[in-house]
Design a protein around this ligand. Structure first.
Ligand code: SF4
Length: 283
């Protein structure tokens, strides 16, 4: 007889509006302009999505210098790009479609506005993440200082800064870790200015809340992409990141059902109805 296995399925999970839009941009570009189209960097961080788009006619490149056929359009990924990238595309006469998530673009505009208003800017984020590279590249080099940890914040000194201070954040961060870093910044610089509406996006916040809601009830927690054994567990939690397709979740559930008597409870912490418009080039 199969052993019982209770699964809590986190909701929301999987694709966010920015990822759906980015994938649609690649697909619509292929149908409008024909294959191939170039895509600079992984359009979203998911191998399966990238492979499926390759089969449909997308060619992924690291840099614009890797584009062999300048007559084909180039798509910029959902993570956003430094200003130098569209500038380079224009110089090379490449046509391009920008799939930057509108919530990342919001952070880009914030950085420009803060700079214009005379603030020194701290960006809370992960070094070398494409979104961070894109956000830092909205302003001349050295205009934005990266803060990765609470310790980084605590090491800052008041006389490091000549102008008023503001912070912005990457859209995809741990809500709790970021709150700690912001608290450390506020302790040190009580007048520091933060975004009017926080930069960590709704999708990141909702997925983390859903995971927190169920993690304490589970013997084991799966986020699509991680590998674990479930042989001895009686209760497991399931979720998937904002760039993971739902079919991966369903495939895993199917394989669990082979050996276990599975019951599923979906734990819904928020309803997501966010949809972003496509860029005008594709309308
Ligand atoms: S995770 Fe958030 S910021 Fe990133 S693409 Fe999705 S909605 Fe946009």
């Amino acid at each position: 007889m199969k052993k019982e296995l209770k699964i809590y399925l986190a909701s929301p999970r999987g694709f966010c509006a920015g990822v759906k839009r980015a994938i649609e941009i690649v697909e619509k570009s292929i149908s409008k302009f024909g294959a191939p189209v170039y895509v600079r960097h992984e359009i979203v961080h998911n191998k399966q999505v990238v492979e499926e788009l390759k089969e449909k006619g997308a060619i992924f490149v690291d840099e614009l210098s890797d584009v062999d056929d300048a007559s084909r359009p180039v798509i910029f990924s959902a993570h956003g790009v430094p200003k130098s990238v569209p500038e380079e595309a224009k110089l090379k006469n490449l046509s391009f479609v920008d799939a930057t998530c509108p919530l990342v673009s919001k952070v880009h505009r914030e950085s420009e506005q803060l700079n214009k208003n005379g603030f020194e800017i701290l960006l809370i984020g992960h070094k070398n993440h494409p979104e961070v590279i894109g956000t830092m590249g909205q302003l001349p080099k050295g205009s934005i200082k990266l803060i990765e940890t609470k310790n980084d914040a605590e090491l800052l000194k008041e006389n490091d800064f000549k102008k008023p201070l503001a912070y912005i954040t990457q859209t995809t961060l741990s809500v709790d870790d970021t709150a700690e870093i912001i608290e450390a910044l506020k302790n040190k610089f009580p007048k520091i200015k933060g975004p009017i509406k926080e930069d960590i996006c709704y999708a990141t916040t909702n997925r983390q809340s859903a995971v927190k809601e169920i993690a304490s009830k589970c013997d084991m927690f799966f986020v699509v992409g991680s590998r674990n054994s479930i042989e001895n567990s009686q209760t497991i939690g399931r979720s998937s990141g904002a760039s993971a397709p739902e079919k991966l979740v369903q495939t895993l559930l199917k394989s669990l059902r082979k050996n276990r008597n599975v019951s599923i409870e979906e734990v819904i912490v928020a309803e997501e109805k966010v949809v972003f418009k496509l860029p005008k080039e594709l309308n």
